[in-house]
Design a protein around this ligand. Structure first.
Ligand code: ARG
Length: 663
């Protein structure tokens, strides 16, 4: 049973008479938390202090009053009011034992179905096609998949949606590259690689021209900023000091911009072939844009090429999804919405939500649900008549709400697009989509161990495929070493080792990503992610395999054990503090799933799993399992072990991580 949730619903009516005017009970119920120290009980309620302050009452008296009014005793021992007004709750041992026995028989491991299931679309992964997937796509893919699985287990109707970038400006670049730089043999042999090469070439050349053009202006800015720093008098006070340091910072930023431009120029000029191409194609950026415009306008040849390019690109994506065990329920690429865009803009104009501005169409004065202005304006049609990324997102809202009946729309996209999604949601609300819950599930950047955005040594972004290969290769070394050092010699053949390495390597990458607070940037570290100790997939996979190993060692069939326990109405015996802690921890699975889904935070679940593994180690150390003193105790303890393995399995599965029984 989710005892935390039970405590919340038991306290809610008792808090009602003490709530300050106009405040909801929720924020006070959130002050019921797992106890930090088992010595003080299992849960602690800290709402009496803030409530007493508003009511100008002594907090301990108020705590006692609330405890007396709350209906708790069928679940908890008589609560204790401690310190300034903490309420300590301890689950009754008989209740804990009975609830744990129920878990053993429950396929859902105590996770309830939500009362009001919703239809929730989850936009995740959503790469721009015709460019190879890189490390930047990892977080959205892995976090989005876990978010879908967690919501689905809770009983929601989840539609994982791949909002493919299959219509963007990259196609103009590829079309230009295809028409001008194509290597036919390479394209026949492996279209995706050749298209990626064409994209890279056009991109590099267009960056080169842009850098050349910007350089004089950048040089001017650098000189002006440097001069300003040199001319500044020695700062006399704090304010002047601050101003000077700001100036220096601006000089630094300008220098960085100039250095970046120079690097782009050097990259081309150092390569005679590229330099020749650059000279021969001075207007390639504008011509690429023209190719995009032609595609969008329905040009037959570009349309045909687009249709030819798409399937191999999608197949390449699918290879990666299959390997990672990622599934989408729907793939509505950007191209799907193209026929709707003109209508979207017309409707926004008609309703007075959008306005013309210098030939473009924009939405101004958007505010978020708290009334805070969102940086704008939000452009929905450019001066040249082209529609934008955001226009497509608005069409998506209409489609998902009206055709898919979405109650909520989640966007698992990096934090830099925060303003964009705030504008999408604000515009959609003005447009009439008031009942839809729009949520940007944002995340930070993947950094290298040096704290800079994760790149290869030569400065390229890291391809996702090679990243996965490296993970599996490293995992194979670890798995082999572990197997070779087993006391009775290796147990696994090469096939098994390879399969386990795939699960460990990919699991390691996923878990490391999921275990971090999604909003923080996170440092990619092979050693940390594949470590066999600490909060890692490898550790969790080993921990679970070890529990399975206990059953193998004892020759116990887990299904038969469970069936017998259920049929006999077996009891869970709580004879030792570590045993009791284990039982409580297993009951907290439902709480972890609920809390992880609340603000879409898979790291709540990884933390929970790590704690579960630690609780099991302590339990295993303190309590003999196979050699327990009585048959009843043995069966009770084995049931705890079995439920632990099931919880770990279910938890890892929610994170999209494969489990292995023997490793
Ligand atoms: N394709 C976009 C990118 O690579 C991400 C799309 C996110 N989803 C959306 N509905 N805008 O940046």
């Amino acid at each position: 049973m989710d005892f935390l949730d039970a405590a919340r619903s038991r306290f809610a009516p008792a808090l009602a008479p003490h709530l300050p005017e106009g405040e909801s009970v929720e924020s006070f119920l959130d002050l019921i938390r797992p106890a930090r120290d088992a010595q003080f009980g299992d849960f602690q309620a800290n709402f009496a202090m803030p409530l007493a302050k508003r009511a100008k009452k002594p907090p301990r008296d108020l705590a006692a009053e609330i405890v007396a009014a709350a209906d708790l005793t069928d679940l908890f021992d008589q609560p204790e009011v401690a310190g300034p007004g903490f309420i300590n709750l301890r689950v009754r041992d008989d209740v804990l034992a009975a609830e744990t026995a129920k878990l053993a028989a429950d396929e859902r491991l105590g996770v309830p179905i939500v009362e009001n299931p919703q239809t929730i679309t989850v936009d995740f992964s959503s790469p721009n096609v015709a460019k190879p997937m890189h490390v930047g796509h990892l977080r959205t893919t892995v976090i989005g998949d876990a978010v879908c699985r967690i919501l689905r287990l809770r009983g929601h109707n989840v539609i994982g949606d791949n909002h493919l970038g299959d219509w963007g400006t990259q196609f103009g670049m590829i079309l230009y590259g295809y028409k001008n730089f194509r290597d036919d043999a390479a394209y026949q042999a492996d279209p995706v690689t050749e298209l990626a090469r064409l994209y890279r070439t056009v991109n590099t050349l267009s960056d080169y021209h842009a850098a050349k053009k910007k350089r004089p202006k950048l040089t001017e800015v650098v000189e002006a900023k440097r001069q300003a720093v040199a001319d500044a008098p020695p700062p006399a006070d704090k304010k002047a000091k601050k101003a000077l340091s700001k100036l220096k910072q601006e000089a630094g930023t300008a220098e960085e911009a100039l250095a970046a431009a120079d690097a782009k120029i050097a990259a081309v000029e150092a390569d005679t072939d590229l330099a020749a191409l650059a000279a021969a194609h001075p207007t390639l950026a504008a011509e690429s844009r023209a190719e995009t415009a032609k595609l969008h306008a329905g040009d037959a040849e570009n349309r045909r090429l687009w249709e030819e390019f798409l399937p191999p690109c999608l197949a390449a994506l699918q290879t990666i999804y299959d390997r990672l065990g990622i599934q989408h329920d729907a793939t509505y690429g950007e191209s799907f919405y193209q026929p709707m865009l003109a209508g979207v803009v017309d409707e926004l104009l008609e309703k007075g939500i959008a306005e013309e501005s210098d030939g473009a169409v924009v939405v101004r004065d958007n505010v978020d649900p708290a009334g805070k202005p969102v940086p704008g304006p939000f452009v929905v049609r450019k001066t040249d008549g082209a529609f934008l990324y955001g226009t497509t997102d608005l069409a998506t809202v209409k489609h998902h709400v009206e055709e898919l009946n979405a109650d909520a729309m989640l966007y698992v996209v990096d934090s830099r697009q925060g303003d964009h999604f705030a504008n999408v949601a604000a515009t959609a609300r003005r447009w009439g989509f008031n009942d839809t819950d729009f949520r940007h599930v944002s995340f930070g950047t993947v950094l290298g161990e040096d704290g800079k955005p994760f790149k290869t040594r030569s400065g390229d972004t890291i391809g996702l495929e090679s990243l996965l290969d490296e993970a599996v290769e490293r995992a194979l070394a670890i798995v082999s070493e572990n197997d070779d050092s087993k006391p009775d010699g290796p147990e696994l053949d090469a096939n098994e080792r390879g399969d386990i390495a795939e699960a460990v390597g990919l699991g390691g990458i996923k878990y490391a990503d999921l275990a971090h607070n999604r909003e923080s940037d996170y440092k990619f570290s092979w050693d940390k992610m594949l470590s066999t100790t600490g909060n890692t997939a490898t550790y969790m996979q080993y921990a679970r395999a070890r529990v399975c190993g206990i059953f193998r060692m004892g020759g116990v069939d887990r299904d038969a054990l469970r069936d017998r326990f259920v049929a006999d109405g077996g009891e869970v015996l709580l004879t030792d503090p570590a045993e009791r802690a284990m039982a409580l921890q297993l009951n907290r699975f439902a709480e972890a799933v609920r809390e992880a889904s609340r603000d879409h935070r898979p790291n709540v679940l990884t933390d929970y799993l790590f704690d579960t593994a630690k609780a099991f180690s302590a339990f295993y150390e303190a309590c003999p399992l196979l050699k327990a003193e009585t048959e009843d105790l043995k069966s009770s303890r084995l049931i705890l072990a079995d439920t632990t393995a099931r919880v770990m399995h279910a938890g890892l599965e929610l994170l999209g991580i494969r489990v292995i029984d023997r490793m």
